[in-house]
Design a protein around this ligand. Structure first.
Ligand SMILES: *Cc1c(COP(=O)(O)O)cnc(C)c1O
Length: 424
């Protein structure tokens, strides 16, 4: 295991970087950086300057941490999944309960942090883009709390698929702008958001929802989300008297995973990221960017420039961005945060995948054995714990990041299980 220790770690606040990455250019080894139109560089420079100033500012930290405690509901607990562990007959499974945060998922940690930063920068207008709507809802929530204008770009195809989240955003006071260009989905919404930002740089801040995009977004998102791992690392030692053997998290863009992994990077703890296997990598219909898929599918993860960064992207044989599939909207994404690409190369994190069917089974198991309805995204991480636990000893520990709750997924799950229709 490579030592990933920052030389001046001890002089820095605990939520900050424990690794030498990113460097000043925002590079995570060969990944990351800033690949945006020249017109956006000044806006990114402003965000970098503001972030450098406020990440170490006591008043900014106090304001953020105060809201995490009185509004978001932190710290979230770690729960011992006793019945599930006993049934599997192996390792003890513990769950970090991000499902219990206000709005029901970890995304609020990042959206609130970035909205606070925007307000400190003197910005009054927030823009965001959203696919499944979860990041849009988190951003609209933060803007309502802070009294800021909020505009969310969303492809009209996604708006039709995710109607409840469109209503939520509107109730929270956000303006949802339907995007009708291209495939009318997330990537077109990203283009519209960038166009808006270029036009309105003076009063506008762009909130990105995962550990992705041009520098400094992957770093900022990691630092806002690392509260998950910092809490969990203390909590598991309090509950079990030691560090876990492994930490498991699902990986869409990679924010909940990097948030829980980062504080464990220097520990002798195995880190496991679970991507969406969809119908199985062998079918070409998945979002497992690191999976070894047979060449016959034509779909594989390759290094490329995507949404402002260099990273690993699922591409087809022509080098076009591949169409992805996952039962969980939050993992259904072709790109991955640049730090994950580096951690994969270093073999510090092991990346595996769970297919739709594995996630559904894990979803049901957590409902029945623990009384917890998990998000379908999080169910991918639970599936990997269920796969590993039986071959481990009962004194070993798996810590799973339960990134969100599953209320949003009920229709999808009922349909997949053939339980739709009149409950009478
Ligand atoms: C959005 C989402 C994810 C995936 O995003 P990451 O940035 O990879 O964490 C995972 N879980 C839930 C509940 C989500 O809403």
């Amino acid at each position: 295991m490579p030592a990933i220790v920052d030389a001046d770690l001890k002089t820095r606040p605990p939520s900050e970087t424990r690794s030498p990455w990113p460097d000043d250019a925002g590079k995570f080894g060969p990944y990351g950086g800033r690949f945006v139109p020249e017109t956006l560089m000044p806006a990114l420079d402003d965000v970098i300057d503001a972030w450098q100033e406020f990440r170490n500012d006591a008043a900014f930290r106090a304001e953020y941490e105060g809201l995490l405690s009185t509004y978001v509901g932190r710290p979230t607990p770690v729960s011992h999944a006793k019945r599930l562990s006993a049934t599997l007959g192996g390792a003890q499974i513990y769950l970090k309960r991000e499902d219990l945060t206000h709005t029901g998922a970890h995304k609020i940690n990042n959206a609130l942090g970035q909205a606070l930063l925007a307000r400190r920068m003197g910005k009054t207008r927030i823009i965001a883009e959203t696919g499944a709507g979860q990041h849009g809802v988190a951003t609209a929530t933060a803007c309502a709390l802070l009294g800021m204008e909020c505009i969310v770009y969303m492809g009209v195809v996604d708006m039709a698929r995710q109607q409840p989240n469109v209503f939520r955003m509107r109730l929270l006071g956000a303006e949802v702008r339907g995007v009708t260009s291209g495939t009318r989905t997330l990537k077109d919404a990203v283009n519209e958001a960038i166009r808006d930002w270029v036009t309105n740089i003076r009063d506008t801040y762009y909130v990105i929802g995962s550990a992705l995009g041009p520098h400094p977004y992957p770093l900022m998102c990691r630092e806002f989300q690392s509260v998950i791992g910092l809490e969990a690392r203390e909590q598991i030692q309090g509950l079990a008297g030691r560090l876990p053997d492994a930490v498991i998290a699902c990986v869409g863009g990679g924010s909940n995973a990097i948030g829980i992994f980062h504080p464990f990077l220097d520990d002798p703890v195995q880190l496991i990221g679970v991507e969406a296997g969809g119908y199985g990598p062998e079918t070409g219909k998945h979002a497992a960017r690191f999976a070894a898929a047979p060449a016959s599918t034509g779909v594989s993860g390759k290094t490329g420039v995507f949404q402002g960064m260099r990273t690993v992207v699922l591409q087809n044989a022509d080098g076009q961005i591949a169409e992805t599939h996952s039962i969980s909207a939050g993992l259904d994404y072709a790109g991955i945060g640049p730090e994950h690409a580096l951690l994969r190369d270093l073999r510090r994190v092991e990346y595996v995948h769970a297919n739709d069917a594995d996630a559904l089974a894990a979803f049901q198991a957590l409902c029945r054995f623990e009384g917890i309805i998990p998000a379908l995204e999080s169910s991918h991480a639970v599936a990997e714990a269920i796969r590993r636990a039986p071959s481990m000893r009962p004194d070993q520990i798996l810590l799973v990041n339960l990134s969100g709750r599953g209320d949003k997924d009920l229709n999808t799950v009922l349909k997949a299980l053939g339980m739709e229709g009149d409950p009478s």
